[in-house]
Design a protein around this ligand. Structure first.
Ligand SMILES: [Zn+2]
Ligand SMILES: [Zn+2]
Length: 167
């Protein structure tokens, strides 16, 4: 649907890799992940308000011990809210269609990894700025912390990071 929109001139999706310079493809990829993480953090945190939680987000929290299937388990209104980000972003940020595909793929794989229930990579550097299953598992167990999707900086900045996480 989104790619069809580009034919109609509604979205800013383009097909020439050199249209804005090759570097722009990488830049736009990183930029959209940062924006999506920000959007996800704040909408997710908002969905944890008791009234909204019941309507929008309870489905995702049925599993205290998440599995990869949990990454696809969203109540329809929440799925719509997250899809809305993608619909809006392709209308305001020019994206090559392969970059757009990469964003969809990254989002899907990252979400599955976040719900594995075990840590896929052992992190020898103690570089904890990326969210993984260990980080997101705490969200499913404690509810009121770890709202991010890809990166931990919003949680760190706004005090919703578990103080024991980095120990
Ligand atoms: Zn949640
Ligand atoms: Zn989850």
């Amino acid at each position: 649907m989104i790619l069809e929109g580009s034919n109609l001139g509604i979205t800013l999706i383009y097909s020439d890799l050199h249209q804005y310079g090759l570097w722009y493809n990488l830049l736009s990829f990183v930029l959209v992940l940062l924006l999506q993480d920000t959007y996800f953090y704040f909408t997710h945190r908002y969905l944890h308000k008791p009234k909204l939680f019941k309507l929008f987000h309870r489905g995702h929290h049925r599993s205290v011990q998440p599995t990869p299937w949990t990454s696809f388990a969203f109540d329809p209104p929440e799925a719509l809210l997250q899809a809305l980000f993608l619909v809006v972003i392709v209308c305001i940020v020019p994206l090559h269609y392969l970059v757009f595909m990469m964003i969809l793929l990254t989002m899907t794989i990252w979400s599955i990894v976040n719900h594995l229930g075990f840590e896929l990579f052992q992190n020898p550097l103690k570089f904890n700025w990326f969210i993984g299953s260990k980080h997101h598992l705490i969200h499913h167990q404690k509810y009121n912390m770890h709202y991010g999707l890809y990166f931990t900086f919003w949680d760190r900045l706004l005090g919703t990071q578990d103080i024991d996480y980095d120990k």
